[in-house]
Design a protein around this ligand. Sequence first.
Ligand SMILES: Nc1ncnc2c1ncn2[C@@H]1O[C@H](COP(=O)(O)OP(=O)(O)OP(=O)(O)O)[C@@H](O)[C@H]1O
Ligand SMILES: CC(C)(CO)[C@@H](O)C(=O)[O-]
Ligand code: BAL
Length: 283
Amino acid sequence: MKIISDIKEMQTLAIAARGEGKRISFVPTMGFLHEGHASLLHEGRKRGDLLVLSIFVNPTQFGVGEDFDKYPRDMERDTHIAAAAGVDVVFTPSPVGMYPAGYQTFVDVAELTLPLCGASRPGHFRGVTTVVCKLFNIVQPHIALFGKKDFQQLAVIRQMTVDLNMPVEVVGMPIIREQDGLAMSSRNKYLSSEERTSALCLSRSLQSVRAAYHSGERDAERLKQLVQNIILAEPSATIDYVELRADETLEKVATVDDRTLLALAVRVGATRLIDNCLLGEDD
Ligand SMILES: Nc1ncnc2c1ncn2[C@@H]1O[C@H](COP(=O)(O)OP(=O)(O)OP(=O)(O)O)[C@@H](O)[C@H]1O
Ligand SMILES: CC(C)(CO)[C@@H](O)C(=O)[O-]
Ligand code: BAL
C-alpha cells in the first residue's frame, strides 16, 4: 500500500493507472476510520482495480467555532485499517497543498444545499463540493463511494457530478450502525459514556417513526412530534433539526410515503450528530 501526500504524484499515478486500463475506485474521508468507512472500502475493492482512500480533514467545510482543530486524527490506526481493507493508495494531501496562497475557486450546488445541514452549517456544502471536485480531478476515479449517513451530502455530490458532467459513478452505501443502533461516526469519540447512552435517542426516534408509519400514520407533523418527544426526553440532547422531506428534491412534505426521508441533527452535549432513514426502507 502506497501513502502519497503529493498532489501531482497522486494525479500522475491515477493518469498512468487509467492509461493501463485500470478502473479506479475512490473513497474520500476525513479519517479516524471505523466500520462505516470500511464498508465503503470493501465495496470499492470489489468494484475497481485500483482502490484509493483519501484522508483529509477539509478546512473549508468547517464553520467558525466548529470542531476543525479537535477533529479526531490517527494516521497510524487508519493505515492499518486501510491495509486490511485492501487499499492500494492512501492519499493524504496537506491543507496548504489543497488551498495554496491565492486559492480562489469554489463549487456551489445551489438548491439542495439550502435546507437541513446546509441551513445549520452555512458554507459547509460549498466546502464539501469544492474539495470533492478537487479530489475527483486529482484521483480521477471511475467510481466514488459515499455513505448514506450523510444523505444530503450524497445528494449534493450526485447533483454536482450531473451538473458538471463529471465522468464519475457516485454510489451511496448503507448506514453502518453499532449493535445498539447508534450510527457509526468519527464524532462518536467525543461522547462521554452518559452521552453515548443519550445518543441512542436518534436511532430510537427513527425506529419509532418507522413503526408508526408501518401502522398507517402518514401525517408529517405528527411523526415529527413523535421524534421531538423522544429527543426532548433526553436531558443532554437538543434538536438542531427534525425534518421529513422528499428523498430526491429534499422538499418538505406534509404527507409521507415510502420515499420520504426522515433526517435528524441532534446535539448531545456539545457533539452534533446526524442520522436518517427512508420510511419505506430498512437500513
Ligand atoms: N456509519 C456510517 N455508515 C456508512 N458510511 C459512513 C458512516 N459514517 C460515515 N460514513 C461515510 O464515510 C465517508 C467519510 O465520512 P467521514 O470521514 O466524515 O466520517 P464520519 O464518521 O461521517 O465523520 P463525522 O463524525 O465527521 O460525521 C462519507 O461518505 C460518510 O457518509
Ligand atoms: C466527503 C468528505 C470526505 C469531503 O471532505 C467529507 O465531507 C466526509 O468525510 O463526508
Ligand atoms: N461527514 C461529513 C463531514 C462533516 O461533518 O464535516
